[in-house]
Design a protein around this ligand. Structure first.
Ligand code: AMP
Length: 561
């Protein structure tokens, strides 16, 4: 059993390293030194995750619960804890400061016996698991008890990383790329193989265990599995239909529906539906479950499509309506009647025991068509193969007239690449585009609005190192109702505060309209937005799906012709 202290020591060491190669070495040494049981846990912990992305387990600890636990464990008041968050600007440092004060005055039994309290990595994981599994009446106090137990059993140095893990924001700069390379180094398996294993399982913990136990041979046996969603293939923007034809030649052209992506796993009579963020949304979508059971003629299948909220005429409704459906946890049936959905299927990754991911889009589509009975609630979307610009333009116009976003232009020969935003899927939307940006900070309002968040700091994504680069602030486009609702949501994501400024865990994506992108030295991205305005809160998107810095640069360049 490895002590959690050892993990905390490694985190501290990594915090002082800036080179990714060095970080990789340190993570690799740690992965080598722990037991097989601890391996998946540490693989996720070091990236600031407690459970793999696909897991049904959800920690669900917000900052208010965490502050409460720190207050009880340290004997400081809640107000003291909030002041510490403000002065240290970090929840981890807050835990160190709060518990440090308390431990100095403490004369607990263990101190009396001359022992330091100690807790193992697996103890921590088990407590988190218990937190995730507590539901219904009494669940808040159970979560609180577990957090208090963790803080009471740890030194202030360990508490720094416990507190950050509890809200799944470890802040030591280790992302998937570093962990992939560390597993490769620790168990001597080429990084490409580790990557393939990750693509099909979506779980670096599983991959690490396979690498440790059987090296390359065991990794090559990893397969996609029912009920374990994989990251979805994404699309790049193409500047024009002409450019897409130049890039790909023959195109498979489909409407780009205005809805939300779903990945559906049918396993006999059981149907599970996952959102784009890989959350299990099955309970909110009983109508889709029913439609799949009735109209998908396969014993087992993994399908992908776009769920669209429609009105009586079948035309798409506002994007917010589809999100309402996904979010709804109670009184779901009323919501099903209020906002009906149709499902447009466009891909299949698995059918009756056979993995189809490596087959061409055309082959996959044949099998999709063969197992779906089209009807009003569920259908395979239409696809046209062409390299004629006029034909694509006609489909594009028809999609826009139908109230949808534009067209998807796909490489008919390409296999399915999980999580990749490559050139094999291109999207064409009207010129006036919006940006998906991550909210990383905020500012309280003034006067009567001092208890509401008034403006939000936005960032784009740097996929190279997984960081978020500030690009501006948005304070317009919010309804009064939204200001209140968002203040509530973001209150649970506060990781640091100073005066009126708040630092937030990067978790929520805003869709932002803007006039122009300008060069700027005010923000780390090197760019700023002119007249940014909120269009939508993109609950379906994860922070990693936000606009990349490269994309910002290319929009900036295209603006200048
Ligand atoms: P974007 O959200 O702009 O990154 O565009 C990609 C998204 O378009 C996918 O994740 C799907 O949710 C959606 N989409 C709509 N229609 C299609 C389609 N026919 N094929 C693939 N994706 C589609």
């Amino acid at each position: 059993m490895t002590d959690f202290k050892e993990f905390a020591d490694v985190c501290k060491q990594i915090e002082h390293i800036s080179s990714s190669l060095e970080m990789t070495d340190v993570v690799s040494d740690m992965l080598k030194s722990i037991s097989t049981e601890e391996l998946p846990v540490v693989t996720h912990f070091v990236m600031g995750d407690v459970f793999p992305a696909w897991s049904v387990e959800q920690l669900g600890v917000g900052t208010s619960l965490l502050y409460g636990a720190l207050s009880r464990s340290s004997g400081l008041s809640l107000k003291d804890i909030e002041d510490l968050v403000r002065s240290t600007g970090d929840i981890g440092e807050t835990a160190v400061a709060a518990l440090g004060k308390q431990k100095k005055n403490q004369s607990t039994f263990s101190a009396f016996m001359g022992e330091e309290p100690s807790i193992s990595i697996m103890d921590v994981f088990d407590r988190f698991l218990d937190i995730s599994r507590s539901s219904g009446a009494g669940s808040q106090s159970n979560k609180m008890r577990n957090l208090q137990f963790l803080f009471n059993s740890s030194s202030p140095e360990e508490a720094r990383y416990l507190a950050r893990l509890a809200i799944e924001d470890l802040r030591i700069g280790v992302g998937e790329g570093i962990v992939r390379d560390a597993i490769s180094k620790a168990f001597d398996v080429p990084a490409g193989e580790i990557e393939r294993g990750f693509m099909v399982t979506n779980d670096l913990g599983l991959v690490a265990v396979a690498a440790k136990e059987g090296g390359i041979e065991e990794i090559s046996k990893l397969r996609m599995e029912l009920d374990r969603p994989i990251k979805m293939m994404l699309a790049q923007v193409t500047p024009s239909i002409e450019a897409a034809i130049k890039d790909l030649g023959m195109l498979a052209v489909e409407w780009k529906f205005d809805g939300a992506r779903v990945q559906i796993h049918k396993n006999g009579d059981s149907v599970n539906i996952f959102s784009r963020r890989l959350e299990n949304v099955t309970l909110s979508l009983p109508d889709i479950v029913e439609a799949v059971k009735l109209h998908v003629k396969a014993d087992s299948a993994i399908l992908e499509g776009e769920a669209v909220a429609v009105d009586e005429t079948g035309a798409p409704r506002a994007f917010q309506d589809i999100l309402k459906r996904f979010r709804r946890k109670y009184d779901v049936e009323a919501m099903v009647r209020e906002i009906p959905l149709t499902l447009n299927l466009f891909d299949i990754l698995y059918l009756d025991g056979e993995v189809l991911m490596d087959q061409s889009l055309l082959r996959r589509r044949e099998q999709l068509v063969s197992c779906v009975e089209n009807c009003d609630s569920i259908k395979v979307d239409e696809q046209v193969l062409t390299d004629d610009e006029n034909v694509v333009n006609e489909i594009y116009t028809a999609a826009l007239n139908g109230g949808h976003e534009g067209v998807m232009l796909k490489n008919p020969e390409a296999s399915y690449s999980p999580g990749k935003r490559g050139k094999n899927w291109l999207k064409k939307k009207p010129i006036m585009e919006t940006l998906d940006l991550v909210v990383i900070g905020a500012e309280w309002g003034y006067g009567k609005r001092a208890n509401l968040i008034g403006s939000y700091a936005l960032a784009c994504h740097n996929p190279e190192d997984g960081t978020f680069l500030p690009i501006g602030k948005v304070a317009t486009g919010f309804s009064d109702e939204q200001l209140v609702e968002l203040t509530e949501v973001f209150s649970e994501l506060i990781v640091g505060e100073s005066a009126r400024e708040i630092e937030l865990k990067p978790d929520v994506v805003f869709e932002i309209a803007f006039e122009e992108i300008q060069k700027s030295t005010n923000y780390d991205s090197g760019y700023a937005l002119r007249f940014p305005r909120l269009v939508n809160v993109r609950e379906d998107k994860s922070p990693e799906e936000a606009e990349t810095i490269d994309r910002i640069e290319s929009i900036y360049l295209s603006q200048r012709g």
